[in-house]
Design a protein. Structure first.
Length: 434
C-alpha cells in the first residue's frame, strides 16, 4: 500500500516545462499531462510513479460523486491492437519493444491550474515538502531547456503513397459492397536510432501545441503526444457520473494568411463528405455510450464545430451520457474502445477490414492515454499526432477516414499533414511523395 498523499499549495506560479525539466527529466518512470505552452485554461499534471497492473485500472469502480481533476491514481496508455482483439477483431502483435499497455501508479503529482495560476503538490508529507522546496528553486533559477536538434533523418513508411491510394480504393470497394460505411485507414512512419524523448517532446509541444499533450516514460519506452482529441472524460455530477467523448473527423491545414485560413475553415465546415463522416462517428459513439449509460441520457452536446490549432483545423462533435451505477473503467472501455474515430463504422466490421488492408500493427497509435483517478474519474486522449519511442528508434502513426466520396490524392495529402509535425520534432522528413 502506497503512502497517503497530502496537498500543499505553492505560493507562486512555476512554468510546467521548467518544473518537469528540473525535477523529472531523468526519472525512470515519469509523466507530464500537458495543457500546452502558455495555456490560459485547463490543467496540467506531472510527477512520478511505478509500473502497475493494467487490470487493476480496469477494475476501478466509477464513483458517481467523484471529484473533478486528478489527485492520485494512474497515468498511462492502452494501445489499439489488444483492444481490437478484445472487441472480437483480428489483432496483430507489434514486434517493436514498446509496451502495448502501460500504467504508472503515481506517487507524486504536481497539479497546475492554468486559469487560476495555482500550483498544488500531492505527495506523501515529507516528499511534498521536498517538492515545494525544489519548485521554489526552479522559480528562482529556471533550467535551460534542451531543444537541440536531432541529426536530420528521412522516415521510412509502411506504405508508399501509391500503395496507400490503392488501399483507399479497396476501402471504397468494401463500402460499395455494404461491409462498412466509413473506414479509418492508417499507416506508420518509422525512424531508427537513439531518441532522447524529452527534447523531442519539447520541440513537439512548441511546434504543435494541443490541450491534451502528454509525455509518459517508463524505462526505455515513451509516448510523446500533441493530441487534439479528447476520447473520454468522466466526472461526478451529483447523482451520476457523466461521460463525454469528443470525436474528430475532418481536417484542413491552416492558411498562409487570415483570408485563406478563414476560407479553409469555412470549407471544412461546409464539406459534405467531412460532415457525413463526422456524423457517422457521432452516431457510432452514441451507440457505444448507450451500452453503459442510463436509457435516454445519451445526447449530442455539440455537432460539427471547427476547432483550430497551429497546424490544422478540425471538425469536432461532443457526445455525453450518464453512466449506469456500478460501471467500472473496464466496462466503459469495453463499450467504447477502440474509439470509433479510429476505426470507422460499423466498428467490428471496420476493424476486421482494416487489419487485412493495413497489414501491420498500430501499436500504441490509435489507442488512448491520460489519467484514471482512484475514484474512476478519468480524462483520456486519443493517441494521434504522437510519437512512440522504443529502444530501436521511434514511430509515428497517421491516417484518415475513408468514405465513398473520398478523393485518394486528398486523403494521401491529409496523412502527410498529420504526420509532418511529429516527424519534424524527431528531426525527420516525410518520405518522397508524402
Amino acid at each position: 500500500m502506497s503512502e497517503a498523499l497530502v496537498a500543499v499549495d505553492l505560493p507562486v506560479w512555476v512554468d510546467p516545462a521548467d518544473a518537469f525539466a528540473a525535477l523529472f527529466a531523468d526519472a525512470p518512470h515519469a509523466y507530464w499531462l500537458d495543457a500546452g505552452p502558455d495555456a490560459a485554461t485547463g490543467s496540467s499534471w506531472m510527477g512520478t510513479g511505478f509500473p502497475d497492473d493494467p487490470a487493476g485500472v480496469r477494475e476501478t469502480l466509477i464513483d458517481p460523486h467523484g471529484s473533478a481533476g486528478f489527485r492520485g491514481g494512474w497515468v498511462g496508455w492502452w494501445g489499439y491492437d489488444e483492444a481490437a482483439g478484445r472487441a472480437g477483431a483480428p489483432a496483430r502483435h507489434d514486434d517493436r519493444a514498446d509496451a502495448p499497455q502501460l500504467w504508472l501508479r503515481v506517487d507524486r503529482v504536481i497539479a497546475f491550474d492554468h486559469a487560476a495560476r495555482r500550483v498544488t503538490v500531492h505527495a506523501p508529507a515529507e516528499a511534498a515538502a521536498r517538492l515545494v522546496t525544489a519548485l521554489r528553486a526552479v522559480v528562482a533559477s529556471p533550467p535551460a531547456l534542451a531543444l537541440h536538434d536531432q541529426t536530420p533523418l528521412v522516415a521510412r513508411a509502411r506504405h508508399t503513397p501509391e500503395h496507400y491510394a490503392a488501399l483507399i480504393e479497396r476501402c471504397r470497394d468494401a463500402i460499395r459492397g455494404g461491409d462498412a460505411y466509413q473506414l479509418c485507414l492508417t499507416t506508420r512512419f518509422e525512424v531508427e536510432g537513439a531518441v532522447d524523448p524529452l527534447p523531442v517532446y519539447l520541440r513537439l509541444r512548441q511546434a504543435t501545441p494541443a490541450h491534451h499533450g502528454g509525455f509518459v516514460r517508463s524505462g526505455r519506452v515513451a509516448l510523446l503526444s500533441a493530441s487534439p482529441e479528447q476520447f473520454l472524460e468522466v466526472a461526478g455530477d451529483g447523482g451520476a457520473a457523466v461521460v463525454r467523448t469528443k470525436p474528430i473527423k475532418g481536417t484542413r491545414p491552416r492558411g498562409a494568411d487570415a483570408a485563406a485560413d478563414a476560407a479553409l475553415a469555412a470549407e471544412l465546415r461546409a464539406n459534405e463528405k467531412e460532415r457525413a463522416e463526422n456524423v457517422m462517428i457521432v452516431d457510432l459513439m452514441r451507440n457505444d455510450l448507450s451500452r453503459v449509460c442510463e436509457p435516454g441520457s445519451v445526447g449530442v452536446d455539440a455537432l460539427l464545430e471547427v476547432e483550430s490549432y497551429p497546424a490544422v483545423h478540425q471538425l469536432v462533435s461532443t457526445v455525453s451520457g450518464a453512466l449506469v451505477a456500478g460501471t467500472t473503467v473496464g466496462a466503459l472501455l469495453d463499450a467504447t474502445f477502440p474509439a470509433g474515430s479510429m476505426t470507422g463504422a460499423p466498428k467490428l466490421s471496420a476493424m476486421t477490414i482494416l487489419e487485412r488492408l493495413e497489414q501491420g500493427p498500430r501499436g500504441v497509435f490509435a489507442g488512448c492515454f491520460g489519467w484514471v483517478g482512484d475514484d474512476g474519474t478519468l480524462d483520456l486522449a486519443m493517441v494521434i499526432r504522437s510519437i512512440v519511442v522504443h529502444p530501436g528508434g521511434a514511430y509515428v502513426g497517421a491516417g484518415g477516414g475513408i468514405t465513398w466520396r473520398s478523393d485518394a490524392a486528398a486523403e494521401v495529402a491529409e496523412v502527410g499533414i498529420k504526420a509532418r509535425g511529429p516527424l519534424g520534432a524527431l528531426g525527420a522528413s516525410l518520405p518522397p511523395g508524402w
